[in-house]
Design a protein around this ligand. Structure first.
Ligand SMILES: Nc1ncnc2c1ncn2[C@@H]1O[C@H](COP(=O)(O)OP(=O)(O)OP(=O)(O)O)[C@@H](O)[C@H]1O
Ligand SMILES: Nc1nc2c(ncn2[C@@H]2O[C@H](COP(=O)(O)O)[C@@H](O)[C@H]2O)c(=O)[nH]1
Length: 182
């Protein structure tokens, strides 16, 4: 059965880092989503996201979409189906609302990987080091933007505490091995 590793978690927890590692080490590509937010230093159009204008975003058909501040994000069923034509296991980064939508629709195909750290201080330090604007960091690490795992999704999630990258790599190897053999 084709599988989707659905990755969610707070900003700075390492979702992008993990998805890039899955692609590079295990040939598990990430299904790209669309956003209207500005490109960050180091990001590459059509590799990090499909970057859209408000107008181009409004013309797309999404399986689910959300708004963060004044920016939109959305993912399509079509992109997932296309990715599954070439790879049995793929990954997708979404927020908690997006994760709930995918779990409701295709739960049996989803491995829900909730990535976090042992403290918010670690998140803030990583985002500062990444060069994020300190005011934006405050927004990202508060309220619904923090992407806390709600009780209703705790039973569906594999929680990965990404404090130590070597431990994370070992845990990912175990997860991928079990997905390939299930
Ligand atoms: N285990 C780790 N130890 C130290 N630094 C890490 C670790 N994992 C990721 N990082 C670093 O933390 C920063 C944030 O990681 P990343 O961009 O992957 O987070 P994210 O969850 O995708 O964040 P966002 O949702 O804001 O895009 C990056 O600079 C990354 O290199
Ligand atoms: N529900 C969805 N959430 C998405 C999608 N693409 C990204 N995201 C999530 O948005 C926030 C902010 O992302 P950032 O790149 O600006 O830091 C983060 O939680 C992502 O996981 C999507 O298509 N649908």
């Amino acid at each position: 059965m084709q599988k989707l590793i659905l990755i969610a978690g707070p900003s700075g927890a390492g979702k992008t880092t993990v998805s890039e590692y899955l692609a590079q080490k295990f040939a598990i590509p990430r299904v790209l989503t669309h956003t209207t937010r500005p490109i960050r230093p180091g990001e590459i159009p059509n590799k990090s996201y499909h970057f859209e204008s408000e107008e181009s975003f409004s013309q797309l058909h999404f399986f689910e979409h959300v708004q963060y501040g004044s920016y939109q994000y959305g993912s399509s069923q079509e992109a997932l189906t296309n990715a599954w034509e070439h790879h049995d296991i793929v990954s997708l980064i979404v927020d908690i609302k997006g994760a709930a939508s995918y779990l409701a629709a295709i739960r049996e195909q989803v491995f829900f990987l909730y990535i976090t750290t042992s403290s918010q201080r670690i998140l803030a330090e990583r985002l500062l080091k990444r060069g994020d604007d300190p005011n934006k960091i405050k927004e990202r690490l508060s309220g619904s933007e923090l992407n806390t795992l709600p009780d209703s999704l705790k039973g569906s999630a594999h929680i990965l505490v990404n404090d130590d990258w070597n431990e994370t790599k070992n845990e990912l190897a175990t997860i991928v091995h079990s997905l390939k053999n299930s």
